[in-house]
Design a protein around this ligand. Sequence first.
Ligand SMILES: Nc1ncnc2c1ncn2[C@@H]1O[C@H](COP(=O)(O)OP(=O)(O)OP(=O)(O)O)[C@@H](O)[C@H]1O
Length: 278
Amino acid sequence: MSEPLLSVEGLRVSFPGKGWRAPEHEVLHGVDLHIEAGRTHGLVGGSGSGKTTIGRAILGLVPVAGGSITFDGRPIHAAGARQRRRLSRDIQVIFQDPFTSLNPSMTIGDTLAEPLLAQRLSSREARSRVAGLLDDVALPADAMDRLPREFSGGQRQRIAIARALAIGPRLIVCDEPVSALDLTTQRTVLDLLQEVQRTTGVAYLFVSHDLAVVRHVSDVVSVIRRGEIVESGTAVQVTERPQHPYTRRLLLSAPVADPAAQRVRREAYRREFAGTEA
Ligand SMILES: Nc1ncnc2c1ncn2[C@@H]1O[C@H](COP(=O)(O)OP(=O)(O)OP(=O)(O)O)[C@@H](O)[C@H]1O
């Protein structure tokens, strides 16, 4: 079997306690997770379970207290600033909130060109690449000269996807990328992420509290509870034959607790995701 693109093994992360006498508290207690090239690994769990912290550890945004993170065969959990800069070409991120993740005073063209110019592309090359990126995410070419406030949440998330794709990453950490969007817009953004994966071969770590969304996009799903992975398997195994009681609870919890309402909600998701592009 080929090596995974990213391997997280025995990952432990601690945060300082509040106040100088408070002890550190560990929030990840030895997490294992493997992401294959070109595939989507869904990470699902309740609020505060540690999903975002795993993504942040992969991106080098929180210190790693134990275990290892390996990307393309190389350890990256102790990467210095130079290795991190190089890694940012390979590992990108899309955040939940499309309203705060874009610089409000920069045109979309400048936002998308920034990482390209940092890679020493000429202005002409960057402009043509930006036009291509806008086309890839189905935004009009004149979006280049406009500001983020002129776009809807779904369009802004498309811009965030274009920015993440700009320099051809091999892995994107998608942290709740559709949670702030309405159901119909969620679907078009999820479709776009899948289309992008088909054409570029990028892998995703797809973080969400919503098993229905995770199931729709993922090849493999891991379920995290209180800083520990309690279950991992194919998306179908985990969502249709959950082994761990916590996974079953996650399936049945969700915003509406009443089982009948749940069935209605699941049916709505099924219809929402089953049809063709509207
Ligand atoms: N910078 C920090 N300092 C202290 N504690 C933190 C910090 N970041 C996260 N935590 C704690 O770590 C735990 C895991 O947080 P994390 O944000 O990873 O959870 P999550 O699963 O992404 O939750 P949510 O779905 O609510 O975003 C929580 O108890 C949180 O309070």
